[in-house]
Design a protein around this ligand. Structure first.
Ligand code: GDP
Length: 445
C-alpha cells in the first residue's frame, strides 16, 4: 500500500535524518522532494503545495532548528501533516435516530460497492448488530445474485423483489422503501442498501440515488470509491457529495498498487471523512480508517494498533489462559496447533499482517509471502485421526505413511512437521516457565 510514496518520502527525509543541524539548503531540497513524492502519488496539486508549506513553517521554527535531533522533528512534522491530511481523527458511523439504522451505499460501477456492502454487514454483525441487505442495484441481475451470495456467506438476510421469471423489479426506489418496511417488520436493527452505479457520473444514476435517499431517509450515506483511480476518485467523490451530501467515504482496493493520491486528497477537497478502508476481495478485508495509523504506515512506522486489534478479535483472554496452561503442562497437541493456525488465518492476509509490523513491512515488501503458507501443515493435520492429533508421539511409521498419502505429500513432510512441532512445544514450555517465574517474582515483590 502506497509503497512508492513511502519510499520517496523515506528518501526525502534521509537528507535531514542524519544531519546534526538542518539549514535552509537542506530544508529547500527536502521540501522539493516531498512535494515531488506527493505529486507522483497523484495528490492534488494545491493539497501538495499546502502540505509542504505547512511542514516548512513547522521546521523553520527556531525551536526545531535548535532541537537536539532536528531530523526527527522533521519526520514528526511530516507525520503530523499526513495525519491532518488524512482527516486527523477517526470518525465512526453515525448514531441512528431510531431503528432500523439505514445505511445507503453509493458509488460508480466497479468501485466495490457490492463487495463493501457484504463486508460492512459482516463487520456490523461482529459488533452485535443484526443487519439486513437490500438489493437496489436492480439493472444487472448479476448484481442481485452477487449480493445474495455475499449475504449467505455472512449469514444475513437480503431483501430483493423478483418477478415470477426471476428478473429483479426495475424500481430501485420501491425496493429500498419496501426493504426498510421489511427490516422494521422483522426486527433487524440495520438496513444496508446497495445501489446501482454507472461507469461514469451520470444524471439518471444520481437522480435515482437522490430519490432513494428521499424515500428512506438514511442515517448514513457512504460513498464507495476505488482508490486506484487517483484524482478521478477525488472528482467523483466531489460530484456525489454535491448531490447527496454524503457522511463518509470508503476507499477500496487499497491492497492494489495504489499510489495514495485519493486517500491523501479526498478529505481536503471534499471535506468528508474516510470511514473505512477495503483491502481485498475477501469479506474480512475491511478496516476502520484511522488517519494516524495510515500515516504511520506511509512513513514505514508499521501499524501495531491495527495488528493488536485484529489479534484481539480472534483470541480472548480466557482462551489465552487456557493455552498458557497447556503450554506449561505440555498438553498442547496438534489439534490445538491447528486451531491456532486457523485463528491466525482469520486475522486476514499474512502479507497484510506483516505489513503492519514496524520496520518489518518495508524489508519484507518484496518477499512473496503466500497467503496459503499454512496449506501444507493444514493438509497434514487434516489427514490425521483425532487420536493422532492428541498423541503426536504415537505416530509410528505406518501412520506416517498413511497421513502423507492422505495429504498427497511425502513421509518426510510428516517427519518435518512432527519435528517442528516437538521443538515448538519445547520452546513454549521454556517460555511459559520463564514468564510464570516472572509473574511469581513480581507478585512476591
Ligand atoms: P460494484 O460494481 O461497485 O458493486 O463493485 P463490486 O463490489 O462488484 O467490485 C468490483 C470488483 O472489485 C470485484 O471483482 C471485486 O472482487 C473487486 N473488489 C472490491 N473491493 C476490493 C478490494 O478492496 N480490493 C480488491 N483487490 N478488489 C476489490
Amino acid at each position: 500500500m502506497f509503497e512508492s510514496l513511502s519510499d520517496k518520502l523515506d528518501a526525502a527525509l534521509k537528507n535531514v535524518k542524519g544531519e546534526g543541524r538542518i539549514n535552509d539548503l537542506n530544508i529547500a531540497e527536502t521540501m522539493r522532494e516531498i512535494r515531488r513524492a506527493l505529486l507522483d502519488a497523484d495528490v492534488n496539486y494545491d493539497v501538495a503545495r499546502e502540505f509542504t508549506n505547512k511542514v516548512k513553517e513547522k521546521v523553520t521554527d527556531e525551536s526545531v532548528l535548535n532541537a537536539v535531533s532536528p531530523g526527527q522533528q522533521f519526520v514528526k512534522a511530516v507525520y503530523d501533516e499526513l495525519v491532518f491530511l488524512l482527516g486527523d481523527v477517526h470518525i465512526d458511523l453515525n448514531t441512528p435516530k431510531k431503528p432500523p439504522m439505514v445505511i445507503l451505499i453509493a458509488g460508480l460501477q466497479g468501485s466495490g460497492k457490492t463487495t463493501f456492502t457484504g463486508k460492512l454487514a459482516k463487520y456490523l454483525k461482529s459488533k452485535g448488530r443484526s443487519p439486513m441487505l437490500a438489493a437496489a442495484d436492480v439493472y444487472r441481475p448479476a448484481a442481485v445474485d452477487q449480493l445474495e451470495t455475499l449475504a449467505s456467506q455472512v449469514g444475513v438476510p437480503v431483501f430483493s423483489i423478483r418477478g415470477e421469471d426471476g428478473v429483479p423489479l426495475k424500481d430501485a426506489v420501491e425496493v429500498a422503501r419496501r426493504a426498510k418496511d421489511e427490516a422494521r417488520r422483522t426486527g433487524r436493527d440495520t438496513l444496508i442498501i446497495d445501489t446501482a452505479g454507472r461507469l461514469h457520473v451520470d444524471e439518471a444514476m444520481m437522480k435515482e440515488v437522490v430519490e432513494i435517499k428521499g424515500a428512506v431517509e438514511p442515517d448514513e450515506i457512504l460513498f464507495v470509491v476505488d482508490a486506484m483511480t487517483g484524482q478521478d476518485a477525488v472528482n467523483t467523490a466531489k460530484a456525489f457529495n454535491d448531490q447527496l451530501n454524503v457522511d463518509g467515504v470508503v476507499l477500496t482496493k487499497l491492497d492494489g498498487d495504489t499510489r495514495g493520491g485519493a486517500a491523501l486528497s479526498i478529505r481536503s477537497v471534499v471535506q468528508k471523512p474516510i470511514k473505512f478502508a477495503s483491502t481485498g476481495e475477501k469479506l474480512d478485508a475491511l478496516t476502520e480508517f484511522y488517519p494516524d495509523r495510515m500515516a504511520q504506515r506511509i512513513l514505514g512506522m508499521g501499524d501495531v494498533v491495527s495488528f493488536v486489534e485484529k489479534a484481539q478479535e480472534q483470541f480472548d483472554e480466557e482462551e489465552a489462559e487456557k493455552l498458557q496452561r497447556k503450554f506449561r503442562t505440555q498438553d498442547f497437541d496438534l489439534q490445538d496447533f491447528y486451531d491456532q493456525l486457523q485463528k491466525i488465518k482469520n486475522m486476514g492476509s499474512i502479507k497484510d499482517l506483516i505489513g503492519m509490523i514496524p520496520g518489518v513491512g518495508k524489508v519484507m515488501k518484496d518477499i512473496d509471502v503466500e497467503d496459503d503458507a499454512f496449506k501444507h501443515i493444514e493438509a497434514l493435520v487434516q489427514s490425521m485421526t483425532p487420536y493422532e492429533r492428541a498423541n503426536p508421539d504415537q505416530i509410528n511409521g505406518s501412520r506416517r505413511r498413511r497421513i502423507a498419502a492422505g495429504a498427497g505429500m511425502e513421509v518426510q513432510d510428516v517427519n518435518g512437521l512432527l519435528k517442528q512441532f516437538r521443538e515448538m512445544k519445547k520452546m513454549m514450555k521454556t517460555m511459559s516457565r520463564l514468564s510464570g517465574k516472572g509473574r511469581q517474582a513480581s507478585l512476591s515483590d
